[in-house]
Write a protein that binds this ligand. Sequence first.
Ligand SMILES: [Mg+2]
Length: 287
Amino acid sequence: MVLPTQTDISSLIKRYDALFFDSFGVLVDGVDAIPGTVELINRMNEADVNYFVVTNDASVSLVKRVAKLKSQGFEIPIERIVNSGSLIAGYVEAHYLQGKPTLVLGTQDSKDYAIEAGVRLAEPNDPENEPDAVIVGDNRPYDWEPMLELLLGLLSRRFVQHNPVRLVLPNPDFIFPNGPGAFGFGAAAFVDLLEQALVRLHGTHDELIASKLGKPYSPIFKEAIRRAGTSNAVMIGDQLETDILGANTAGIDSAVVTTGINRRKSPEDFEELAEELTPRYILASLV
Ligand SMILES: [Mg+2]
C-alpha cells in the first residue's frame, strides 16, 4: 500500500504538463473563492500554465459559469473549463442521436447543451414524438415521483420491445452541499432509483444503466486530456469518490486538498483506504 506524500502547488506545476482543478471545494466553497486561489489562477495565467477546471456541472452554461467565476474574482478563459454539460455533444455524436427525439430534464441551460449537440427536444408525454434518449441534466425543476414513474414505464416498455431508450447522466454527483449543514439530492440520486427499479423488473443489462459522463467516469477525463494535449497531468480535487477515483481510473496522478469534503490530512489517514481511492499527493493548501 503506497500512502500519499505531502506536496505543494509549485512542485506540481513544475512536475506536470497540465493541471486539472475541481471547482467546488478546491477553488470555491460554493459561495466565495477559497483564500489564495484567485492569486493562484492569476499566477498561472501570467506564466501560461496549461490548466483546466474540470467540473461535473451540467445545469449552467459555460458563459454563465465564466461570469460566476469572474464575480468570485477568477479570470478563467472559457476554453479552460471542461464541464459535464459540454460532454453531451460528444455523446450525441458518438451515438448518432442528432435529430433524434430526446427528453432533457433539467434547467434551460441543460436543454441548450443538448440542442447545441443537435438533438430534437421531446416532451415527457407525447406518443407522436417518443424520446430515443433521456438526458437527466439536473435535479430541478421536476416533481420527481410522477416523472420517475413515467420514465420507468417508458424505459421498461422500450427495453421489452428491443428498442431501448438511451439514458444519459452528465453529472453523476449523488448529493451536493446546499448551504451550511444542508445537502441536496443530485440528478444521480433519481437516476439511481430508476436504474434499481429497471434492474428489479428485467435483471441487469447494460441498456438499463445510464451512461455517466462526469467524474469519476472516463468521458470527462478523456476530454480534459484531449484538451490539455497531454496525459502527464494531475487532478486536484477534494472528493476521493469522484476526483481521485476518476483520476486513478483514467491513469493520471491525483492530489487531494483539505479545503473541501475530504477531511484526511496526513498520509496515515489514508492507511485503511482502497488503492483506487488513494491520491498520490496531499496538498495542504493551494497558496
Ligand atoms: Mg469538489
